[in-house]
Design a protein around this ligand. Structure first.
Ligand code: SIN
Length: 283
């Protein structure tokens, strides 16, 4: 069954079905005009993909998704990525759905440092869909940063030096001490300037959460350069901050953005589910 949605042709004429409201000129948009709890047509799916390509992170409110609806929404963007490191938190019967939960017993939360999801994988997930049903009274925002903007803002000389270099992304940096000790975690090198397969644009692809060193550089040079790039990537000019409401969903593109979960709400509860979508080997 396809649900009829209102025609909302916007002033640019780009979105006919969805109501897409940018948070700022650089990254993030609120998306309305669709009920994701019900099956929707390919026309809506096309506009969701377009909104993600345009804004890198999109946010939809009041969408009380069950596991099937979450799965259906993720399928708009591709096949599910099932990372071995999510095993301890998987929803029984839904291997691709990871429970994301924090409360007064939590010792850490996922994604507390700036990162691009699972960038340690040889083919990291292209995107992620996080649904939260329970949020703290205040706090628990997620911050997103545009890595096209970060790349574009580097000087031509810096770009020329970085282009062609590769950096190592190590799962042990992100998950060491969190997952069972015998779990093998991926460690892979990727280009520092990554070309997005859909937009063809270059994005800065190193992050504090996973990246450990730049290949081919002495340790001190690698550390200094990475430290500069992490700081550069955190410029508020490249960012937006999403304040959750119960049953909101955030969808983001890991190929051209980074994000960070703000754990300022301990001992309150924040809870929901995440699906990641398969991506390609970064080039
Ligand atoms: C994540 O990094 O996938 C989690 C983000 C969040 O919980 O806000």
């Amino acid at each position: 069954m396809t649900i009829a949605v209102q025609d909302r042709t916007d002033s640019t004429g780009k979105y006919r079905l969805l109501d897409v409201q940018p948070l700022n000129p650089t990254i993030g948009a609120y998306v309305g005009g669709v009920d994701l709890t019900q099956p929707f047509g390919e026309d809506v799916a096309d506009e969701l993909r377009m909104a993600l390509a345009d804004h890198l992170a999109i946010f939809l409110r009041d969408q009380p998704l069950d596991f099937e609806a979450h799965r259906r929404l993720a399928a708009v963007f591709g096949e599910a990525h099932v990372a071995p490191s999510t095993k301890p938190w998987r929803v029984p019967g839904f291997d691709e759905i990871t429970r994301m939960h924090a409360d007064e017993t939590s010792k850490y939360v996922a994604g507390e440092d700036w990162h691009s999801d699972m960038s340690c994988d040889p083919a990291p997930p292209m995107g992620s869909l996080l649904y939260l049903h329970t949020i703290p009274p205040v706090g628990g925002d997620t911050v997103f940063s545009n890595m096209y903007a970060a790349w574009d803002a580097l000087s031509d000389r810096m770009k020329a030096m970085l282009d062609g270099l590769r950096a190592v992304h190590d799962g042990a940096k992100a998950f060491g001490g969190i997952v069972p000790r015998d779990m093998e975690l991926p460690c892979t090198s990727h280009p520092i300037a990554r070309t997005h397969p859909v937009t063809g644009r270059k994005a800065l692809y190193v992050n504090r959460g996973y990246t450990t060193r730049i290949e081919g550089l002495p340790v001190r040079e690698s550390e200094a350069l990475l430290s500069f790039l992490y700081d550069h990537a955190q410029n508020p000019m490249f960012q937006c901050r999403f304040t959750w409401s119960p049953h909101a969903i955030a969808i983001w593109d890991n190929r051209c953005g980074q994000h960070m979960a703000i754990w300022d709400y301990f001992p309150q509860v924040r809870s929901g589910f995440r699906i990641q979508v398969k991506g390609e080997v970064p080039v």
